[in-house]
Design a protein around this ligand. Structure first.
Ligand code: ASP
Ligand code: MG
Length: 408
């Protein structure tokens, strides 16, 4: 007998027929003798609609009321699933964030889970009841409802699995696992049997959207065994595990891309200590995250150029901040380009193998794709290129790193 957490995303609970399908999946685990806790998302599109209502209601809204509104989607699906389970003769009850409680910090709209009190839930699970928990929500320090950021039900599930000391956390979604790259771009993308937490974390943060980044952080910290699998197909998915569990490590686990990037170049800035602080200070005060940065050496030893990237959505605000800070920074010109994409290759094998970056640069050169900015971490190399070459670059790199599936 095991204790498992099963999480179902929005497409898996999109209507009652699908909720019945989900209930069948739960029934199989219950019949196998397992203790089951379930975490659900809102039905597909519902959270978007709720966010839309809030924005329509007022341009500047109270973030606490935003959370009160957008958390409701999960309340509906948790109750409906409990009803369907009961109708099948399976004892079940729903749990909302405040009922457990799932204590979070007070960052409304992007709260972090601090503690989950699972005592009552465990008592009922031991007595044979399926616990159905509403994902995405918690209870803030001021006793107000909080939400965990878009995609946050993944984090609810992983945090619950950690709190319950569950043997496994199965994340059911509309894809059947983690792929070496986006199968919509590369038809020969392969499903990975296993991937390390670190790789998954890097992939999630550079654009692979299967799991919320925060959920992977929690899984890695708490050592929760996560499986990503399809709620529509009956076959194993991808296990996200510790590095020692993977015997045959691949050099590269995956190629990811993000088109939501923008680039800003500041030209002819006086090259003296404090200039980077003068530029990035005001940006950080405005809550704008900067990603890749390059600074060039000055020709004349007096001025320099600086290029950095950020999320495209932040571009207008960043330009505004930098225009205002012009007298302070004393730059000459400011240019920007939102027509860029970031392509990343990720793999723990990079740590022990030289030449991984070179393969990337050569491959892109062969396709005449110009690299605008480069950044690296221990297990990731990212490049910024013109957005129009995104698909070409991803395909070429997927082949170059030997990731293409062999034709059956
Ligand atoms: N329903 C929330 C969202 O759409 C949370 C989730 O689905 O994970 O972001
Ligand atoms: Mg999701």
């Amino acid at each position: 007998m095991a204790r498992i957490v099963m999480k179902f995303g929005g497409t898996s609970v999109a209507n009652l027929e699908r909720i019945r399908n989900v209930a069948q999946r739960i029934k199989s685990e219950v019949d196998a003798g397992h203790q089951v806790a379930v975490v659900v998302s809102a039905m597909t599109g519902v959270t978007d609609q709720l966010v839309g209502y809030v924005r329509e209601a007022a341009e500047l809204y109270d973030a606490r009321e935003y959370d009160a509104v957008v958390a409701t989607g999960e309340q509906v699906t948790s109750g409906l699933l409990a009803i369907v389970l009961q109708s099948m003769g399976i004892p079940a009850r729903s749990w909302l964030g405040w009922q457990l409680a799932i204590k979070t910090d007070g960052a409304h709209g992007a709260a972090r889970i601090e503690n989950i009190d699972t005592a009552d839930m465990i008592t009922q699970m031991i007595a044979g009841s399926v616990a159905v928990m509403a994902g995405f929500q918690g209870l803030g320090p001021d006793s107000r409802i909080t939400t965990l950021g878009r995609g946050g039900s993944d984090t609810s599930a992983v945090a619950l699995a950690a709190a319950l000391k569950a043997d496994r956390c199965d994340i059911y979604t509309d894809v059947d696992g983690i792929y070496t790259t986006d199968p919509r771009i590369v038809s020969r993308a392969r499903k990975l049997e296993k991937i390390t937490y670190e790789e998954m974390l890097e992939l999630a943060s550079v654009g692979a959207k299967v799991l919320q980044t925060r959920s992977v952080e929690v899984a890695m910290k708490e050592k929760v065994r996560v499986q990503v699998l399809s709620s529509f197909k009956h076959k194993p998915g991808t296990m996200v595990v510790d590095e020692d569990e993977i015997m045959e490590k691949e050099l590269i686990a995956g190629v990811a891309y993000s088109r939501n990037e923008a680039k800003i170049t500041i030209m002819n800035v006086p090259d003296h200590p404090g200039v980077s602080a003068a530029i990035f200070g005001p940006l950080s005060e405005a809550n704008i995250n900067v990603d890749m940065i390059v600074q060039n050496v000055a020709h004349d030893g007096k001025t320099t150029d600086l290029t950095f990237t950020l999320t495209a959505a932040d571009l207008p605000r960043a330009l505004d901040v930098l225009e205002k800070a012009k007298p302070l920074i004393e730059y000459e010109t400011l240019t920007h380009d939102a027509n860029v994409a970031k392509i990343s290759v990720v793999g723990v094998g990079m740590r022990s193998h030289a030449g991984v970056a070179l393969t990337m640069f050569k491959t892109l050169a062969e396709k005449s794709i110009n690299i605008q900015v480069i950044s690296t971490s221990e297990i990731k190399i990212s490049v910024l290129i013109a957005a129009e070459y995104t698909e070409l670059a991803v395909r070429a790199l997927h082949t170059a790193y030997g990731l293409d599936a062999v034709a059956a």
